[in-house]
Design a protein around this ligand. Structure first.
Ligand SMILES: *Cc1c(COP(=O)(O)O)cnc(C)c1O
Length: 397
């Protein structure tokens, strides 16, 4: 998945443009910039590639989620439905605006189970936030229908699936809002950065103002700008955006390499009868950043994962025991361990997750192994790894 693997001349040239002017900020200083507006350029390129009207760059994928929620008017006490399998950024971004993360089971897509989502809706629910984990997507058609029926927003966390699609729409563009991360280990990177995409002009304008202290960005004197509402600073720097300008131009090249390598792994593992694959919803095309598969039971899966590590197969993950990605290790959330006092709405409304039954998620996650698909591997390395995965599984069963 990581864009940093193929970091090179194009990225250096873009960054050099910014260094040559010394204007490291995206706003203002028009006379000094020699026509370089890297953040603006990346927003245009991203909107075009994702077939949406608007893109807003911010400082990270986590802040993209926060800004997306804020831009749609979500706030304290509103409930956001999110999956048990995701990255900690999901609940961090929700808590940051005083909203309440409501964890919901996943199914064999490894993303939100639409039936479980319906059961979790209350009169406080505002948003359904599917997370397209490990390169493949939630059943967006079913989730969209639920959103329409209950008048909810659909916010796609596409941080791990940029370039994938659903019903021919780029992931992130199907819902009301979509978010990407360009951190160092994502398919394309800015070093640090993130983006919101939408077709809604009001959300775009709100995101533009909110991510820069509420500045209305009218005129060319920052000091004289008005502030229609409270904001914060989630800006991206021109240096980071410059890296992204080079990387977005290479997205399709990276995706083609991921697909080639993924297909070699998948074809090899298809020959092992006890291996089954994660379900991709009908109409979905993955971005091929991971290959995720199920083994028959938890014990076997743990043994295979250990055997992979012993064999030197280093980038294969067993999320069930992982601190960052699965609810079982999120004690800091369940026990609400914060530095200072949290908003009263969060304290009052957060479900008691110590008593929650997520056995439906457990039965999938305890049997899942996900292997990262790198783009820097040679053809021979990929074939060697694929054969090693097969022989290691067969020796362990
Ligand atoms: C990486 C990631 C994020 C957060 O992105 P950062 O840029 O690291 O803040 C959010 N959601 C998912 C699913 C991610 O993988």
């Amino acid at each position: 998945m990581p864009g940093f693997e193929l970091f090179g001349e194009q990225e250096r040239k873009q960054v050099q443009d910014v260094l040559d002017t010394g204007v490291l900020m995206r706003y203002g200083f028009d006379g000094m910039r020699k026509g370089h507006y890297k953040a603006l350029e990346l927003e245009k390129a991203l909107a075009a590639r994702m077939q949406v009207k608007h893109a807003q760059l911010v400082s990270s994928g986590t802040s993209a989620l926060t800004v997306a929620l804020a831009s749609a008017g979500v706030g304290a006490g509103d409930e956001i439905i999110m999956p048990t399998f995701t990255f900690v950024a999901s609940f961090e971004s929700i808590l940051a605006i005083g909203a309440v993360p409501v964890l919901v089971d996943i199914d064999d897509t490894l993303t939100l189970d639409p039936k479980a989502v319906e059961k979790a809706i209350t009169d406080k629910t505002k948003v359904i936030m599917p997370v397209h984990m490990c390169g493949s997507m939630a059943d967006l058609k079913a989730l969209k229908a639920i959103c329409v029926q209950h008048n909810l927003l659909l916010l796609e966390d596409a941080c791990q699936a940029i370039g994938g699609s659903f019903e021919n729409k780029p992931l992130g563009s199907y819902g009301d809002l979509g978010c990407f991360s360009f951190d160092y280990v994502k398919t394309i990177t800015c070093g640090e950065g993130g983006a919101i995409i939408t077709n809604n002009a009001t959300y775009k304008q709100n995101a533009d103002h909110y991510s820069d202290h509420g500045h209305d960005h009218i005129g060319n004197n920052r000091g004289a700008e008005a502030h229609p509402f409270l904001g914060y600073n989630f800006r991206i720097s021109e240096l980071n955006a410059a890296v992204g300008v080079a990387q977005i131009a290479r997205l399709d090249e990276f995706l083609a390499l991921q697909k080639r390598n993924y297909t070699i792994f998948r074809d090899a593992l298809s020959a092992v009868s006890s291996v089954t694959f994660r379900r991709v919803p009908k109409g979905g095309v993955e971005n091929y950043s991971f290959l995720s598969f199920f083994l028959p039971d938890e014990t076997t899966t743990k043994r295979v994962h250990q055997a992979f590590a012993d064999a030197g197969l280093d980038v294969c993950f067993y999320w069930y025991d992982n601190n960052w990605h699965y609810y079982r290790k999120w004690d800091h959330l369940t026990e609400l361990k914060s530095l200072g006092k949290l908003p009263q709405e969060v304290i009052n409304q957060l479900p008691d997750y110590s008593k929650a039954d997520f056995s439906n998620s457990d039965q999938w996650m305890s049997r899942t192994i996900s292997c990262l698909v790198k783009i820097g591997w040679t053809h021979e390395e990929v074939q060697h790894r694929a054969a090693l995965m097969v022989s290691t599984i067969q020796a362990t069963l």
